[in-house]
Design a protein around this ligand. Structure first.
Ligand code: CA
Length: 244
C-alpha cells in the first residue's frame, strides 16, 4: 500500500475482534485492502465481499455489526442492496462509500436508510471515526421516559418513534439526531453542536451531513415533524414547528 493511504498516527491496537464484525463491500482491491488494514487496526473483524449480488446472503450468514457499502459494484449496486435490506426490516447500520456527489444525492433522495457516508477519496481515519460513531450510538444509555414534542413521541428504551399511533422507521443516525433535539425542546443547536453530539467528532464531517439527515427526518415525519430551521444558526425541536 502506498504511504499516502497509511495512517501516520494509528490508534493503539485494541483487543482483536472485540468491536464486532464489519462487512466491507468493495470491488476495488486496493481500497478494500486499505479499509481492511485500518478497521483491523482499530479492533474490528473484517469480512470483504467484492460483488454486490453476494451481499444479502453474506449479511444473513454473518450478521455483521455494520456494513461499509460501496455504491458502484458488479452484480448489484449498493443502493439496491441497502433498499433490499431495509425492505426486509434489516436495520444493520450502513455507511455508504461513494465516488461522486451525485451518488450522495441519490442516497439522500431515495431515503434508503443509510446511517452515514464517506466520499472517495476518504481518509481511513474518517471511515473509522464514522463507523465508531454509528456503533457507539447503538449502545447508548437510554432515557426511560418516552418524550413527546408536538405530534412526535420518542421512546428511547425501545428506540422507537411514533407520530400519533403510527410508528416511523428511522436509521440509527436519524433516531439519535431527533432524540438529541427532542430532549431539549425549544433549544436551538448549531450544526457543529449536532455534529459533535450525534456523530461524536467534528473535524472530518461537513455540516452538510447534518442537513442531509434533517431532510431525511422531515421526509419521514411529514406534517408531524417538530424540527424548525433557525436561519443562519441551526435547528430546534418545537412543539409547534414552523414549516421550512
Ligand atoms: Ca466500486
Amino acid at each position: 500500500m502506498s504511504s499516502a493511504t497509511t495512517d501516520p498516527h494509528p490508534e493503539p491496537a485494541t483487543s482483536s475482534r472485540s468491536r464486532g464484525l464489519v462487512l466491507v463491500v468493495e470491488d476495488e482491491p486496493a481500497i478494500a485492502d486499505v479499509i481492511r488494514l485500518n478497521l483491523t487496526k482499530a479492533g474490528y473483524g473484517v469480512h470483504i465481499e467484492r460483488r454486490g449480488d453476494t451481499v444479502l446472503a453474506a449479511v444473513a450468514r454473518l450478521r455483521p455489526a455494520a456494513i461499509v457499502l460501496d455504491v458502484a459494484l458488479p452484480g448489484e449496486d449498493g443502493i439496491s442492496i441497502c433498499r433490499s435490506l431495509r425492505a426486509g426490516d434489516d436495520w444493520t447500520p450502513v455507511i455508504f462509500v461513494t465516488a461522486r456527489d451525485d451518488e450522495v444525492d441519490r442516497i439522500v433522495g431515495l431515503e434508503l436508510g443509510a446511517d452515514d457516508y464517506v466520499t472517495k477519496p476518504f481518509s481511513p481515519r474518517e471511515l473509522v471515526a464514522r463507523l465508531g460513531g454509528v456503533l457507539r450510538r447503538t449502545h447508548g444509555v437510554p432515557d426511560a421516559t418516552p418524550q413527546t414534542v408536538g405530534a412526535v413521541t420518542l421512546d428511547d428504551v425501545r428506540r422507537r418513534v411514533f407520530t400519533g399511533s403510527d410508528e416511523v422507521a428511522l436509521t440509527v443516525t436519524e433516531f439519535d439526531l431527533l432524540a438529541h433535539l427532542m430532549h431539549k425542546p425549544g433549544r436551538v443547536f448549531t450544526r457543529e453542536q449536532l455534529l459533535s453530539a450525534v456523530w461524536g467528532y467534528s473535524s472530518v464531517a461537513g455540516t452538510r451531513t447534518v442537513d442531509v439527515h434533517i431532510a431525511q427526518l422531515r421526509s419521514k415525519l411529514g406534517q408531524a415533524s417538530p424540527i424548525r430551521t433557525v436561519r443562519g444558526v441551526g435547528y430546534a425541536a418545537e412543539h409547534r414547528a414552523a414549516p421550512s
